[in-house]
Design a protein. Structure first.
Length: 441
């Protein structure tokens, strides 16, 4: 009897084993296919751009002896020159640490590419083509590039990467076309704004030179409609899990959202977004990418770029780094007329992570609704005279024209040209024709 029970038990176990094996062989998992609908994708708000499209110079100065002409980003010749520069190769680079002003601008004919803020070597090497065996540039603040025609029988242009902050110059050669340089650029100088050099009195070992128009200049006044950017799209872009985000404040068009740690606020009646992500780590690694590139990548991956923005400033402190990309309209930088600054994209990094992000929540329409008006701005000499009366000349960092942005309607913006002076990192509008003492600062 016991043997019969064992036999039956063994038979049942064998049968169960066969059944389970068959189930495994024939099992079909009940899973939906992995498709776009089941993947959290980045909201597309604007374009993903290349680094050289937002880290651009804002002025090209052509020199021929004592004659100087200025071009900006609205000039076709400026765009063509910059494209040729990006396509050129740079080689035989050496470091010159004993530099004076005469060394920088020697030669009869030259072109000077001026950036709105110094560009570190790491970023410059990503945009320009250097020979493979070229040593590292090892400069943190290249603020301009000079191409020089040595004249005579020379068949190449000399290139100089200049750092006024570090008083260094990197010198080398470029295959930028010498014939094009002479015929297509220098010979076209008379078609563009005549300027004169103004040397900043900032006590630097290598004084920085600004170029200001010799005559009064005229710019269009513009009005443009805009399209609101839906702030709800940033809930998915900025928070790792938007299901845990709660809205805790709302009045008019302002609102705030949090997941208990990160916070996103909508301000200025829905025109501006600020995002804060508290970072407690104070560790920074020298292997991290530069904050300019990190900020650029962050914007590219968080909806892309709306409107025309250009790197305009960056700062590095002990525990924090930041980069500012400013809106550009008709080749000029845009500054907000009174109130908080709503015309720039700002990214701050702490401990290797993005800790703050702010940006406009509107996108300008392609064509201005009104571009018929114009305004004449004072000549460079008048601006210098007025600026040196209103500011400490030794603290002036820059002088340039820009547009004041004024919100006239919920979706309409007005852009009015003005001269600006930079001091202590801040930009102030000035009007030399105003009565002294009435200027806002």
């Amino acid at each position: 009897m016991k043997e019969r029970i064992k036999s039956w038990t063994l038979t049942v176990l064998v049968g169960l084993s066969v059944f389970l094996t068959w189930q495994l062989w024939t099992f079909q998992p009940s899973l939906a296919p992995l498709n776009e609908a089941s993947i959290a994708t980045s909201e597309e708000l604007g374009e993903e751009l290349q680094l050289e499209e937002v880290v651009e110079p804002d002025q090209l100065i052509l020199h021929d002896g004592d004659s100087h002409a200025s071009l900006n980003a609205t000039d076709a010749l400026f765009s063509r020159f910059y494209e040729d520069l990006l396509d050129s190769r740079f080689e035989n680079i050496t470091l010159n640490q004993e530099v004076n002003e005469d060394d920088i601008y020697e030669g009869q004919r030259s072109a000077e590419i001026i950036y709105p803020t110094p560009v570190p070597d790491e970023i410059m090497e990503q945009m320009l083509r250097f020979e493979e065996d070229s040593p590292n540039l090892s400069m943190d603040s290249i603020d301009r590039i000079v191409l020089q025609d040595q004249g005579g029988d020379t068949d190449t242009l000399i290139v100089k990467f200049i750092s006024h902050e570090e008083s260094f110059v990197l010198e080398g050669e470029t295959n930028f076309s010498l014939s094009a340089f002479r015929e297509e650029y220098v010979l076209q100088m008379d078609d563009y704004t005549s300027v004169f050099p103004y040397q900043l009195n900032n006590n630097a070992s290598t004084s920085e030179v600004l170029y200001l128009p010799t005559e009064a200049v005229t710019y269009n006044t513009l009005s443009d409609t805009s399209t609101e950017i839906d702030y709800n799209k940033f809930l998915n872009l900025l928070f790792s899990d938007s299901d845990y985000v709660e809205q805790y404040r709302q009045d008019n068009q302002n609102a705030s959202f949090t997941d208990g740690n990160q916070m996103m606020s909508i301000e200025e009646n829905g025109s501006y977004l600020t995002y804060v992500n508290p970072v407690y780590s104070e560790n920074t690694s020298s292997s991290q990418s530069h904050v300019i590139g990190a900020a650029f990548d962050f914007v590219n991956s968080r909806g892309g770029w709306t409107d025309d923005y250009r790197l305009y400033d960056w700062h590095r402190q002990t525990q924090e780094e930041s980069a500012t990309y400013r809106m550009m309209v008709a080749g000029l930088p845009v500054f907000t007329a009174g109130g908080p600054e709503i015309s720039s994209i700002n990214v701050t990094r702490s401990g290797g992570q993005v800790s703050e992000y702010s940006r406009p929540l509107f996108q300008l329409d392609d064509s201005p609704i009104d571009a018929r008006g114009s305004m004449e701005l004072a000549s460079g000499e008048e601006v210098v005279e007025y600026a040196e009366e209103q500011f400490d000349p030794s603290l002036i960092e820059d002088i340039k024209p820009g547009y004041q942005l004024e919100k006239t309607d919920s979706l309409v913006f007005r852009f009015e040209p003005s001269w600006y002076v930079k001091q202590d990192g801040a930009w102030y509008p000035i009007d030399p024709e105003e009565t002294p003492g009435t200027q806002e600062g």
